[in-house]
Each structure stands twice: as structure tokens, then as C-alpha cells.
Design a protein around this ligand. Structure first.
Ligand SMILES: Cc1cc2nc3c(=O)[nH]c(=O)nc-3n(C[C@H](O)[C@H](O)[C@H](O)COP(=O)(O)OP(=O)(O)OC[C@H]3O[C@@H](n4cnc5c(N)ncnc54)[C@H](O)[C@@H]3O)c2cc1C
Ligand code: FES
Length: 281
């Protein structure tokens, strides 16, 4: 039995069961609990994150990308940006890594019922949208129209490309893909343009719907300006925060932004909350 209840820093041991390359530097992993009891006890909500440990190297924080209704395992999608993510990328199917969590708050999936939902993701930011989007698609009758707007720097940087092709075949789901100018190929049939501009061209109306957006800080910055201009009330706009973390459980103070600890009070925030935070985010 895993004694993670006694020591909050003790990770669960996880076997890498599947590995899929999304792009040259982004990979999705399926991790299965080695202890079946830990698997059956695991509960989480869409939007929560975990600390993933690569033994001998360190830990890194990723969103849990599968929704809770999808299995007794954990999935994550990560970009290789540094020490721990590089070490994780060198691990193969069958090898063991650590996981502690789930941590943080989550998306209000119940409160969104009956509403249209606009998912707007840029780059690896799509990872944070994957669990709530999959949840909505798995409970299709409970939600209204779904828009997925996904942007990437180039065609080669698109994550979840195959899944997006499946999503756009689903009932009342519209998928729009865009790449930055210069990032298109001769075969590209999607949009070319920055995400906030493409969003505006779609002429969305703030009719009580929910906008969930995640991506690089510069994209979030301009999405917030665009949403404001289009009249979306900040309470209807949801995003997730990123910050350096160590403990992940509100002990060390490493992740503070103003009076807020991202690991405890986030990562999910409304645009209304974002307006009250210091300008660096
Ligand atoms: C709540 C939350 C959810 C996240 N979800 C995902 C996810 O689903 N997929 C994913 O790929 N990444 C995600 N991240 C970012 C991820 O945690 C970092 O990219 C990772 O920890 C980098 O580890 P490293 O040791 O490889 O990088 P390092 O060697 O430590 O650093 C490499 C570079 O990345 C920067 N960096 C490191 N950590 C962070 C961070 N937390 N935020 C911003 N920049 C950072 C460093 O400043 C440096 O420039 C998330 C972060 C948070 C806080
Ligand atoms: S990471 Fe330690 S308080 Fe948030």
C-alpha cells in the first residue's frame, strides 16, 4: 500500500503504459498505477494538476489531461523544455515514474451545463483544455454548442491533431485550427492568423456562454483584450495560471502571485480574478 497519506511528498509509482508523440517536442503519456489500491482510490476533477517525478532528476508540474470519467489511470501532455521534461522524454514504455496529486482547483463542469462553450487553446496550452473538453464531449447532452479554436506557431506544432479531426465529426462541435502567418504549408486548409484575430473573425456573441482559454502569456493577454472588446463578461471567461512550483500543496510559497498561491487557489481562475492580479501574469 502506498503511504502517501502519511507523507504528502511520497509519489505514487506509475508505469508508462503508452507514449504518443504529438509534435517533435510534445509527448502524451498514459501512466498506470502500479498499486491497484491507489488506482481505485484516485479521484480528481478536470483542471487539476499533478507533480510528476523523474527519479534521479526532479519533478515537474503538468495538467492531468484525461477527465475523471476516463479510467483509473493518468494522462499528461508535456513539452520538452528543460531538465525534468528532457529526462521524462528519455523514459520509455514500461519504465516507472512518480506522480503526486491531484492538486489545485478545477473547472465548474456542473455550472457549465446547458451552456455553449468556447475552448480557445494555443500551443501546449491545449493540454489544460483537454480534460474539460473531453468531459463535455463525453456528456454531450448536458452542454450546448461547442467551439474549439486551436492555434499553433506552425503546422508541425499542432498538438492533438488526430483527435481534433475526430472532434469535428461530432454533433454540435465546430473545430477551427489556425497557424501563425508563415507557419502554414502548401497543403494547409485551416486558417492563417493569430488566435485572438481568428476568434474575432468568427464573430462570437457573449450569449451566456463560457470561454475557456489557455496558451502562452502573450496570447492570453491579447485574448483578454479581444474578449473585453467583444463584450464577454469577465465572469464568463476562464483561464488557467502557470507559475514556478515546488511543493504543489500550499506549503512553500514559491508559486505566489500577489496574495494568491497558484497551487492552492488556482490554477483555474476567471478573467475577473485575473484583473485583480499583479501585471506579470
Ligand atoms: C499548474 C501548471 C500546469 C502545467 N501544465 C503543463 C502541461 O500540461 N504541460 C507542459 O508541458 N507544461 C505544463 N506546465 C509547465 C511545466 O511545469 C514546466 O514546463 C516544467 O516544470 C519544466 O520543467 P523542466 O525541469 O523541464 O524545466 P527547467 O529546466 O526547470 O526550465 C526550463 C525552462 O522552463 C521554464 N519553466 C520551468 N517551470 C515553469 C513553469 N511552471 N511555468 C513557466 N515556465 C517554467 C524555466 O524558467 C526555463 O526557462 C504547467 C505548469 C503549471 C504551474
Ligand atoms: S508550490 Fe509551494 S506553495 Fe505553491
Amino acid at each position: 500500500m502506498n503511504d502517501s497519506t502519511a507523507n504528502p511528498f511520497m509519489p505514487h509509482l506509475m508505469r508508462i503504459a503508452e507514449s504518443r508523440d504529438e509534435t517533435l517536442d510534445v509527448r502524451t503519456l498514459r501512466l498506470e498505477f502500479i498499486d491497484p489500491e491507489a488506482a481505485s482510490e484516485m479521484e480528481w476533477q478536470a483542471g487539476q494538476f499533478g507533480q510528476f517525478s523523474i527519479f534521479g532528476t526532479g519533478e515537474c508540474v503538468f495538467t492531468i489531461t484525461n477527465p475523471p470519467n476516463r479510467g483509473d489511470h493518468i494522462e499528461c501532455t508535456f513539452r520538452d523544455v528543460g531538465k525534468a521534461t528532457n529526462a521524462l522524454r528519455s523514459r520509455s514504455v514500461g519504465q516507472t515514474v512518480g506522480f503526486r496529486g491531484p492538486y489545485g482547483n478545477w473547472f465548474d463542469m456542473e455550472g457549465w451545463q446547458g451552456k455553449d462553450i468556447l475552448f480557445v487553446g494555443g500551443g501546449i496550452g491545449m493540454a489544460a483544455l483537454h480534460a474539460p473538453l473531453q468531459f463535455v464531449l463525453d456528456h454531450r447532452d448536458d452542454y450546448g454548442e461547442i467551439l474549439v479554436l486551436n492555434g499553433a506557431r506552425t503546422v508541425a506544432d499542432i498538438v492533438y491533431g488526430d483527435e481534433m479531426n475526430e472532434w469535428q465529426e461530432m454533433d454540435r462541435v465546430k473545430v477551427v485550427q489556425t497557424v501563425d502567418p508563415g507557419g502554414e504549408t502548401s497543403e494547409w486548409t485551416g486558417e492563417v492568423g493569430l488566435i485572438p484575430n481568428v476568434f474575432e473573425q468568427l464573430d462570437p456573441k457573449p450569449n451566456g456562454n463560457i470561454v475557456v482559454t489557455c496558451g502562452p502569456p502573450i496570447m492570453i493577454h491579447f485574448m483578454m483584450i479581444t474578449l473585453d472588446k467583444l463584450g464577454f463578461p469577465p465572469e464568463q471567461v476562464i483561464t488557467t495560471l502557470e507559475n514556478k512550483m515546488k511543493c504543489g500543496i500550499g506549503h512553500c510559497g514559491r508559486c505566489n502571485v500577489g496574495r494568491l498561491l497558484v497551487c492552492r487557489d488556482g490554477p483555474v481562475v476567471t478573467a475577473a480574478q485575473l484583473k485583480d492580479l499583479p501585471a506579470e501574469l
